[in-house]
Design a binder for this molecule. Structure first.
Ligand SMILES: Nc1ncnc2c1ncn2[C@@H]1O[C@H](COP(=O)(O)OP(=O)(O)OP(=O)(O)O)[C@@H](O)[C@H]1O
Ligand SMILES: [Mg+2]
Length: 243
């Protein structure tokens, strides 16, 4: 089943009289439970593509579907609510809120998703344990190492148990051990049913991917399938045939 699809997407930025075409007629389908890696040189359009696939930005032309929902036709407000439940973002520079502790950063998206205070309290501990950070709960971002900050950011991305994780160079500033941890965590999340899209140059992370696409000058130039994604039986197939 296709989870996210981009159809003939163009993204242009206007800078005075100058127009930068960051994405140039990109069409792409990402299947449910797929782990897709995006590679390409600086300025190729990787971040722009991730932002459109995750509903952080709108295309200039073309359409983006998440399940059957056309997300580029949504209002900013509905899209924010949609993202909160459906997509967890992980960024290269972590984007943690500097005045909030690890625990508060992870709980932050839960409020919008409607979890009670009690639920938030129990969820946050499980999430921080999952990223091996249970004794760093009260630390502020500046009191954490880069690898620890990124693990808090991953726990935050998982806060509302979204079906899709989008990661933009998640290991770019991190040590080898943390990169290995993140690659292995993505592989486990995929086994648990998540769809993962990551822009990365990290070979450790990319080794867990099902497919790698290469982007250059706003276009997909190459695709490599590393693993076939098992077909999920349709609901139809689960029901016995009627007599
Ligand atoms: N907000 C913006 N305003 C104007 N131009 C932009 C904006 N964001 C991106 N661009 C341009 O779009 C193109 C693609 O940028 P993008 O950030 O998607 O590249 P990238 O592949 O992620 O690069 P990197 O590997 O350096 O992160 C670049 O030429 C960039 O200058
Ligand atoms: Mg980028």
């Amino acid at each position: 089943m296709v989870k996210i699809s981009a159809q003939h997407v163009i993204k242009e930025w206007e800078l005075g009289d100058w127009v930068v075409r960051a994405l140039d007629d990109v069409s792409l389908e990402i299947r449910e439970r797929e782990f897709l890696v995006i590679k390409g040189p600086s300025g190729a359009g990787k971040t722009t593509l991730l932002n459109l696939l995750g509903g952080l930005d709108f295309p200039t032309q073309g359409e983006v579907f998440f399940d059957t929902v056309k997300i580029n036709a949504m209002s900013e407000e509905s899209l924010a609510a949609f993202r909160c439940l459906n997509t967890g973002f992980i960024f290269q520079n972590f984007n943690l809120i500097s005045s909030l502790s690890a625990i508060e950063n992870v709980m932050f998206p839960m409020e919008m998703a409607g979890f009670t205070v009690k639920e938030r309290g129990s969820r946050v501990h499980t999430l921080l344990e999952r990223v091996n950070l249970k004794d760093r709960n009260e630390h502020l971002p500046f009191q954490l190492s880069a690898g620890e900050q990124q693990r808090v950011a991953i726990a935050r991305a998982l806060a509302n148990d979204p079906p899709v994780i989008i990661a933009d160079e998640p290991t770019a500033n991190l040590d080898q051990t943390t990169a290995e941890f993140i690659g292995a965590l993505f592989a486990t999340l995929k086994q648990e049913g998540k769809t993962i899209i990551a822009a990365t140059h990290d070979e450790i992370v990319a080794s867990h991917a099902d497919r790698i696409i290469y982007v250059a000058e706003g276009k997909i130039t190459e695709e490599k399938v590393l693993r076939e994604i098992p077909q999920i039986p349709s609901e139809h197939a689960l029901n016995p045939p009627e007599d």
